[in-house]
Write a protein that binds this ligand. Sequence first.
Ligand code: 1CP
Length: 378
Amino acid sequence: MSASEYNSSSTHNFAPLKNDRLLRALRFEPIDTTPVWMMRQAGRYLPEYKATRAEAGDFMSLCKDTDRATEVTLQPLRRFDLDAAILFSDILTIPDAMGQGLYFETGEGPKFKHQVRTRSDIERLPALDVNDSLDYVMRAVTSIRKALNGQVPLFGFSGSPWTLATYMIEGGSSKDYRYTKDMLYNKPELLHLLLDKLAVAVTDYLDAQIVAGAQIVQIFDSWGGALAHRQFIDFSHTYNKRIIANLKVRHPDVPVVLFTKGGGLWLNTQADSEADALGLDWTMPLDRARQVLTESQRQLTKQHKKLQSSKAIQGNLDPATLYGSPETIRREVTLMLDNAYADGEKTGYVANLGHGITQWVDPEHAKVFVDAVHDYKL
Ligand code: 1CP
């Protein structure tokens, strides 16, 4: 049963999916053209987003306002021929629901009133009932899914435990992850305690988003690449793998995309998970990624004595490419797709940026990117 069938047979009675190109590509089925979406496709580079956010007052009020969250999710789809929508929300809703007091200072990014640095800080974090404290997210998912009316599939998402832990321990964004790494090397058992709690919350959160109407989910391990390779396995990968395994028990047919920024060198590690696709940033050549994943599939099949399915890939244009001219963008897209399909297998790939689109991009250039992907002849 596909994700769309799963959801349409649930209590919501959603419209059937008209464009399933992205889901087909993830299953390595034939496609007419390459599916494409952009990480952070709703956001400050769009004047209509800024207007809706101003009406809402602040970022969290926008996330909690079902109609406005639905509106900003749909805004990029009105401008561009995108093959997926992504829930408008943020990864930091989980720490906020745990009582950390998320706020945004203009131009400074996310901040928390309380940091999590000691054993008692961690022990005090409540186990979340996501349908209670994060009910506004589930309401947004259902509302967006209805408004999409089957146009394209809807992504739900969460941060990975590791990425969420960095924000919770540092109290906001960080360049060096000083307190998080201090905990990792001095009190690893404390970090594991926190990651354990977060893994439960992330699993329940993604599960609830799927029940509310998400047809595919992505885990953003945005700062996984800040770890050393052995620590990546113990403090990030292990938890992502556990979350995905538990989701697959509950929703075997809902695809999971795992995006680890800076994780290109560790694709063989990430391949040892039930993720359907791995997201890549721009440092990783896509032909090389496919080779590594094909080899990992062979090894894992031998190891488990059972055929392991191959993983699709997603990515990976440097978002800064969109500062370039339309000719530059079209040339780079052609090179990216040539590279993705170098082995001759013309599916199993979703075009995207290698990280989120930035606020300085001209929306017309985003349109050039999306159209150039679709114009590429398979
Ligand atoms: O000023 C504003 O309007 C706030 C800017 C903004 C936006 C538009 C934030 C604050 N979050 C979002 C939306 C958002 N965040 C989405 C929306 C859906 C879409 O893609 O259209 C998504 C998927 C996220 C996820 C997110 N938030 C990530 C993972 C993706 C990534 O880029 O790596 C991360 C790391 C965050 C934290 C966060 N929230 C907001 C900002 C500016 C940040 C990044 C801060 C940092 O760099 O540390």
